[in-house]
Design a protein around this ligand. Structure first.
Ligand code: G6P
Ligand code: MG
Length: 218
């Protein structure tokens, strides 16, 4: 019998491909500031909060700005991002998610969303997945972003389970680290060359079954 009682999911890049929209919006901002960000650099932004991402981008471009200016840029990026998100429908749900979630619910596992995004509830509503989660922890409910484990430890606490009873699903290096630091089994979704700290790696949820995850996490 597996001791696992709950699955904790990141949103961007796990449930839905908003990671690409974040990248497009940040790239647009960087271009306006006179430099470029690569896809490789973007990996370091995944799972990182809006203001921390902006700080990393400005440092990357060698730009220093006062706080009010930074707040304006973060707002600008967010409105570009929301323009892209507003066109999103359930079609944006990543392959394999629906099948995987029906297995999760059938197995009687609890579910939590663990996203640093302040836009997470809006995105879940747009794709019609709000009810798929027992607990939703988003960027408005935490004080520390990934790789701090807060987003996942809070989810576990609200579900009433211990970290050792949780599996985290993550596409970001910072998110994998957050799950590991929280004392959880972490499934990395992406490349094993990037997600080196994950306990198990698959390209996406489409290549996994709940039984497989439960047996590997024992
Ligand atoms: C997620 C994404 C990050 C994003 C962060 C904050 O963790 O992976 O790329 O920066 O959320 O998102 P927000 O929607 O609040 O700007
Ligand atoms: Mg992600």
């Amino acid at each position: 019998m597996s001791q696992i009682k709950a699955f904790l999911f990141d949103l961007d890049g796990v449930i839905v491909d908003t990671a690409i929209y974040h990248y497009q919006a940040w790239k647009r901002l960087a271009t306006e500031l006179g430099f470029d960000i690569s896809e490789e650099f973007n990996e370091s932004l995944k799972g990182v909060s809006r203001m921390e991402s902006l700080d990393l981008i400005l440092a990357h471009g060698g730009v220093t700005l006062p706080d009010e200016e930074k707040a304006k840029l973060a707002d600008q990026k967010n409105s570009w991002y929301l323009e892209l998100v507003s066109r999103m429908t359930a079609e944006a749900i990543l392959p394999g998610v629906a099948t995987f979630f029906s297995q999760v619910h059938k197995a009687g596992l609890k579910t939590a969303l663990g996203s640093v995004s302040k836009n997470a509830p809006l995105i879940l509503e747009r794709i019609g997945m709000t009810d798929a989660f027992d607990v939703i922890i988003d960027g408005t409910k935490i004080s520390k972003g990934k790789p701090d484990p807060e987003v996942f430890t809070k989810g576990a606490a609200e579900l009433g389970v211990s970290p050792a009873e949780c599996v985290v699903f993550e596409d970001a290096v910072a998110g994998v680290d957050a799950g590991k630091r929280g004392g959880m089994f972490v499934v990395g979704l992406g490349s094993p060359d990037v997600l080196t700290q994950a306990d198990l790696v698959a390209p996406s949820l489409a290549e996994l079954t709940v039984d497989e995850v439960l047996s590997k996490s024992e």
